[in-house]
Design a protein around this ligand. Structure first.
Ligand code: CP
Length: 310
């Protein structure tokens, strides 16, 4: 059966750990895995803007011995010029895998059901699982390895209903983290995502907690994370975003309430003075550029894992 990575819980806890361990090995030895030797091609499709995702998948596919075919969604117009299913059939006959950044999660699911090759979520409106794999890799590095992930307290502050919040809930629960989400009540995470995360924690020992108190979320946390207030494709006005999320800004006062050696994550791009202050993102506890680099290593490990099982 072809394996896909459409959302964080497509990897079971032991599989997620296997991918993270492989990512650590590939970071130490960049060319140790060559599943795309040939070179075999991987299609990397973007319906939304990108920097990190395009660069890390392009570089990573080449380092795995393969050939990235980057497709601009404005030209391909998937779902307009032709159906997602027809696109999937065309791609699946020529490439070893499909990586897609798009809007609705259902588009990705349709691609996966017809492609016949692994399909990877490079961000949808609902989830950003490759980013959270990279974030978990970064936390593992900072805290002494994957064994340290279970029990780690990660506090995410900002929009609780966006793709990063949802992926922190599912991916963090899978890793056994205690995930706290600080967000206004009207931007709570989706109920089904929260419920699924709670189910996962029953076997991993983690927990999930949603609060409208930033102070409660960050108290004693090992990891603090935030994200842009207005996600790609979100129509929230700047003034409304400030009203909603201003009280959840990741600033020095919030950082002071966390553990002394807490680290700060942001998936980037960041808006200094909005969701995070310059003092925090540019300060000594920020590991955001390790996090950005770790997209490369995490995604190489993920592609290797998926291709080995297909
Ligand atoms: N964090 C992230 O996905 O970056 P890009 O939007 O630049 O790809």
């Amino acid at each position: 059966m072809t394996r896909h990575f459409l959302r964080d819980d497509d990897l079971a806890p032991a599989e997620q750990r296997e991918v993270l361990e492989l990512a650590l090995r590939l970071k130490a030895d960049r060319f140790a895995a060559r599943p795309l030797e040939g070179p075999r091609a991987v299609a990397v499709l973007f319906d939304k803007p990108t920097l990190r995702t395009q660069v890390s998948f392009t570089v990573g596919i080449a380092e795995l011995g393969g050939f990235p075919v980057v497709v601009d969604g404005r030209l391909a117009k998937i779902g307009e010029r032709e159906s997602v299913a027809d696109t999937a059939h065309v791609l699946g006959r020529q490439v070893a895998a499909v990586v897609w950044r798009t809007y609705a999660q259902s588009r990705l699911e349709e691609m996966a059901s017809a492609a016949g090759v692994p399909v990877v979520n490079a961000l949808t409106d609902d989830f950003h699982p490759c980013q959270v794999l990279a974030d978990l890799l970064t936390v593992a590095e900072q805290r002494g390895g994957t064994d340290a992930l279970p029990g780690t307290v990660l506090a995410y502050t900002g929009d609780g209903a966006n793709n990063m919040a949802h992926s922190y809930l599912l991916g963090g629960a899978t890793a056994g983290l205690h995930v706290r989400v600080a967000t206004p009540r009207e931007r709570a995470p989706r109920a089904d995502v929260l419920e699924r995360a709670r189910q996962i924690t029953a076997s991993t020992g983690g927990s999930v907690h949603v609060t409208d108190s930033l102070a409660e979320a960050v108290a004693g946390a090992h990891v603090l994370a935030t994200d842009t207030w207005v996600s790609m494709g979100d129509s929230t006005e700047a003034a409304e975003a400030e009203r909603l999320f201003g009280p959840f800004r990741l600033d020095a006062a919030a950082l002071a309430k966390a553990c002394d050696d807490a680290v700060v994550l942001h998936c980037l791009p960041a808006y200094r003075g909005k969701e995070i202050t310059a003092e925090v993102i540019d300060g000594p506890q920020s590991v955001v550029f390790d996090e950005a680099e770790n997209r490369l290593h995490a995604q190489k490990a993920l592609l290797t894992f998926l291709l080995e099982r297909t």
